[in-house]
Design a protein around this ligand. Structure first.
Ligand code: GDP
Ligand code: IMO
Ligand code: MG
Length: 424
């Protein structure tokens, strides 16, 4: 299994980092392929919580070479803050490789993100305000600044100055506060100097690794339904977290990949605006949020919560060619008397055959639920599927039947070792 992709199958925060941490044991390279510091990936080791935004979650293992791939947008202040924090906690980051083709985020991207959200008013997307959308927009309109440009700092400083001056005009026209150009040039040139030793041609590096039979793990951030093309547009992020994006964002080819793991919680959450068919605005929803501690890692926002949606998961299986599912946070359902799973949608009273291609349609569907008895037992000590109570096994069997691929890993707690795993 040389190349594995891990992709969120819902709207993010599925517990990808914990599963990546688990899979990192058998991989040498762990590669972020899209997104930026809008991601918040949590791994808990012996009670210590590591919250990663840009650095791949595999960094916690000494044998792992963490790679920031070409598809990522890199915020240098966050990157170095993260490196400093990890190193102060004894985690070495010197082996980190950052793709020369990745694009950089600058303060004007954050300014544009804030202006765009303000202009949308009540229709705002609820972005993380990290400048992700504007940075990808600059990449698409071919005015972005790439990581590789820090090789020539004089030229880099000139480019940053020109971009800052140009962007200030747009910011002022939109009624925003102009940025301090000199300060940006000085700070980002210094950061660029610090970035130099990490810069690499990661595409060649990864192809060489695959050719040598090394195991590579491609770590998705965000998730399938936040995908720019396949998510609930416009309530999406500006990259392609789906497995297809793993190729574009790492430079590996589709035929290099042989395992694609979709991560889902045992229920559903979403942070930010957008349609959410199984959302619960009642006491059950509050319980999911409280028990599951559903507050954003990056922005601290209260997440929205609802029952598991197998219509979404079925679509995620197709979009990503998922070979298996890892289902996290089963323990959060422990105290529920009964548990619901959405197995279909109705639109104007008629069954929906395909996942709706429009957000306004998705906002109107009604979920069809199958209700299962709860298990009323603490699952946190379970380590094999056979050790689960019958009701929890029935829940997993229902998911597998509805979704069509096996559930191979189940999370039963936040700690690194709180999971059940099997190969059948
Ligand atoms: P990611 O963005 O997909 O990596 O997920 P986040 O880290 O944003 O959010 C997942 C949260 O759930 C984190 O706080 C994890 O520590 C926690 N978590 C992951 N797996 C489990 C699990 O199986 N059970 C419980 N109770 N918590 C989990
Ligand atoms: P991880 O990797 C959950 C959401 C934002 C917003 C939308 C667009 O931790 O799963 P953006 O700042 O990307 O332009 O915001 O996407 N969003 C996430 N939601 N988990 C994430 O990452 C997210 N990254 C972005 O809340 O709705
Ligand atoms: Mg997260």
């Amino acid at each position: 299994m040389p190349v594995t992709v891990v992709v969120g199958a819902q709207w993010g925060d599925e517990g990808k980092a914990k599963i990546i941490d688990l899979l990192s044991k058998e991989h040498t390279y762990v590669v972020r392929y899209q997104g930026g510091h809008n991601a918040g990936h949590t791994v808990v080791v012996d009670g210590e919580r590591y919250a990663l935004q840009l650095i791949p979650s595999g960094v916690l293992y000494d044998h792992v070479i963490p790679v920031i791939g070409n598809g990522v947008v890199v915020d240098m202040p966050t990157l170095f803050n993260e490196i400093d924090t990890l190193e102060s906690r004894g985690i070495a980051c010197s082996g980190l490789a950052v793709s020369s083709r990745a694009h950089l985020i600058f303060p004007w991207h954050q300014a544009h993100d804030a202006i765009a959200e303000a202009v949308r008013g009540d229709d705002k997307i609820g972005t993380t305000l990290k400048g992700i959308g504007p940075a990808y927009a600059d990449k698409a309109r071919r005015v972005g600044v790439r990581v590789g440009e820090v090789a020539d700092l004089e030229h880099f400083a000139t480019t940053v100055r020109a971009r800052a001056i140009a962007e200030n005009i747009v910011i002022e026209q939109a009624g925003g506060e102009p940025l301090d150009v000199d300060d940006i040039v000085e700070r980002f040139t210094a950061l660029g100097a610090r970035l130099q030793p990490y810069v690499a041609d990661t595409v060649t590096m990864l192809h060489d690794a695959v050719a040598q039979g090394q195991h590579v793990l491609l770590e998705g951030a965000q998730a399938t339904f936040l995908d720019l093309d396949h998510g609930t547009y416009p309530y999406v992020t500006s990259s392609n977290p789906t497995a297809g994006g793993a190729c574009a964002g790492s430079g590996l080819g589709p035929r290099d990949i042989d395992r694609i793991v979709g991560i889902t919680k045992a229920y559903t959450t979403r942070v930010g605006a957008g349609p959410f068919p199984t959302e619960l605005l009642d006491a059950d929803g509050d319980s999911l949020i409280d028990i599951g501690r559903e507050y954003g890692t990056v922005t601290g926002r209260r997440r929205r919560a609802g029952w598991l949606d197998c219509v979404m998961l079925r679509h995620a299986v197709r979009l990503n060619s998922l070979t298996e599912i890892a289902l996290t946070k089963l323990d959060v359902l422990d105290g529920f008397e009964s548990v619901k799973v959405c197995t279909g949608y109705l639109l104007d009273g008629a069954p929906v055959q395909h996942y709706p291609d429009r957000s306004d349609v998705l906002a109107r569907v009604e979920p069809v639920y199958e209700t299962l008895p709860g298990w009323g037992t603490d699952l946190s000590e379970a380590r094999e599927r056979g050790a689960l109570p019958d009701a929890a096994q029935a829940f997993l069997a229902l998911v597998e039947r509805e979704v069509g691929v096996p559930v191979k890993v189940v999370g039963v707690g936040a700690e690194r070792d709180d999971y059940l795993v099997w190969s059948a």
